[in-house]
Ligand binder design. Structure first.
Ligand SMILES: Cc1ncc(COP(=O)(O)O)c(C=O)c1O
Length: 419
């Protein structure tokens, strides 16, 4: 492809708008629930609220809260609502970030700084001890921060092996991690046991609730069993919770919540290295889109607890329909346990190639989420799946038949997945 260049003369918006729409032709349809990753969709009404609220602040810069006290207030309200939902103590504080990765990065930075300031950890040293099911973005944070990531195999129930994690801790450990739930298997790590370990060793415990933060409180209220994981658990220092996942806000919205407001200073950058006055920020971004905060605020107020309960109800109904349906297909089985909106299924019949099933589903317009160890298919459901669960099952049955019949030669390899 020749290198694209800025055109010599501009083109009218209606032509560009049509071209943008046309560019989506080969995309998988999130509106029809064709992907169980990357997307969270309820209905057109919420979609409009997201767009309109974003548009209301689409050009304001949230770096400049002195200029935009409106955004300061909206952000404080969003953080406050998150702290309330996660049962944070009065002294707690939080930061609105661009996503789970930034929340986790800032938390690991704060943990490292606490170890440097509090116990003289030398620059270039330090490690974190995490279950092997923790999101890879922890390894990215370690890469940025010069920390070692110590991944400890999970137990047979896919949950963190706390005694094994305890054995991996040494004088350089700055944090331990648990997920609520983890992305690969959808299970909660034993946060109370991790909290006890953190208290005993004086360590920072980060609970990654990027997926579960805005879903599990409502799933619990519906009466489903949900393990303890939030600030009510002693020893939990920090929680990441994504508003742009089950908080249903548009992309670019997450929270890093800390048990004590004062801990936020550990991830605050401030410099006076030039002569033009100080520069300070709690996030790793400079310019920040005002629209992301405004839209998160609007979605939280639009849905209210009632709306979030409805989302949780739809997701759990979809999960039940899908897991029961998949369990009824000969040669497939759903991996147990799975606590929330994510699950994995795999082929138990050696004659059935799950890679071919994935390819046959792909040919029917479903984005396959392949997973290794165990070799299977991964789904992260959102509210729209309640409407398409039966359609998925019908296509899955056909895909299994096709894979067994050998008609499909293409495979979707497990390692092909990126997320
Ligand atoms: C458990 C978990 N943690 C962290 C992340 C990273 O979040 P983000 O993609 O918003 O940076 C994800 C993303 O899927 C996740 O599932």
């Amino acid at each position: 492809m020749p290198r694209p260049a800025i055109p010599a003369t501009g083109r009218p918006w209606n032509a560009l708008s049509a071209e943008l729409e046309a560019a989506k032709a080969a995309d998988y349809s999130w509106r029809r629930g064709r992907m169980a990753v990357y997307f969270y969709y309820l209905d057109e009404a919420l979609h409009r609220v997201q767009q309109e609220a974003y548009k209301a602040f689409w050009t304001e810069n949230n770096l400049g809260q002195r200029a935009f006290p409106s955004l300061k207030r909206l952000e404080e309200e969003v953080v406050g609502m998150g702290l309330g939902l996660m049962n944070a103590p009065d002294a707690a504080g939080g930061t609105f970030t661009s996503g789970g990765s930034e929340s986790i990065f800032l938390s690991m930075l704060a943990a490292r700084e606490r170890a440097r300031k509090g116990r003289g950890l030398a620059p270039g040293r330090g490690n974190i001890v995490i279950p092997d099911s923790a999101h890879l973005t922890f390894d990215r944070a370690c890469w940025y921060l010069g920390l070692e990531s110590r991944r400890i195999p999970v137990g047979e129930d896919f949950r963190a092996d706390v005694p094994a994690m305890a054995r991996a801790i040494d004088a350089g450990t700055v944090a331990i991690v648990g997920s609520a739930p983890c992305y690969p298997f959808g299970v909660f790590d034993p946060i109370p046991a991790l909290g006890a370990l953190a208290e005993q060793q004086g360590l920072w415990l980060h609970v990654d609730a990027c997926v579960g933060g805005f879903l599990s409180p409502f799933v619990a209220r519906l009466g489903h069993p949900v393990p303890d994981w939030d600030f009510r658990v002693p020893g939990v220092t920090a929680i990441s919770a994504d508003i742009h996942k089950h908080g249903m806000a548009p992309k670019g919205a997450s929270l890093l919540l800390l048990r004590e407001e004062a801990l936020r200073g550990l991830h605050r950058f401030e410099s006076r290295a030039w002569q033009r006055g100080p520069y300070a920020a709690y996030t790793s971004q400079g310019t920040r889109p005002g629209g992301a905060v405004a839209a998160a605020w609007a979605v939280m107020n639009y849905l209210g607890e009632e709306g979030y309960l409805d989302c949780a109800r739809r997701i759990m109904a979809a999960k039940r329909t899908m897991t029961e349906g998949i369990g009824g297909i000969q040669g497939l089985s759903v991996l147990e346990p799975s606590d929330l909106s994510l699950f994995v299924y795999r082929a138990t019949d050696p004659a059935l190639d799950i890679g071919k099933v994935a390819a046959a589903l792909d040919a029917r317009g479903w984005l396959p989420g392949r997973q290794q160890q165990p070799d299977g298919m991964h789904l992260h459901l959102n509210p729209v799946h309640a409407e398409v669960a039966e359609e998925y099952l019908a296509d899955l049955r056909a895909a299994v038949e096709e894979a067994r019949g050998g008609a499909t030669t293409a495979r979707v390899a497990a390692e092909a997945r990126t997320y």
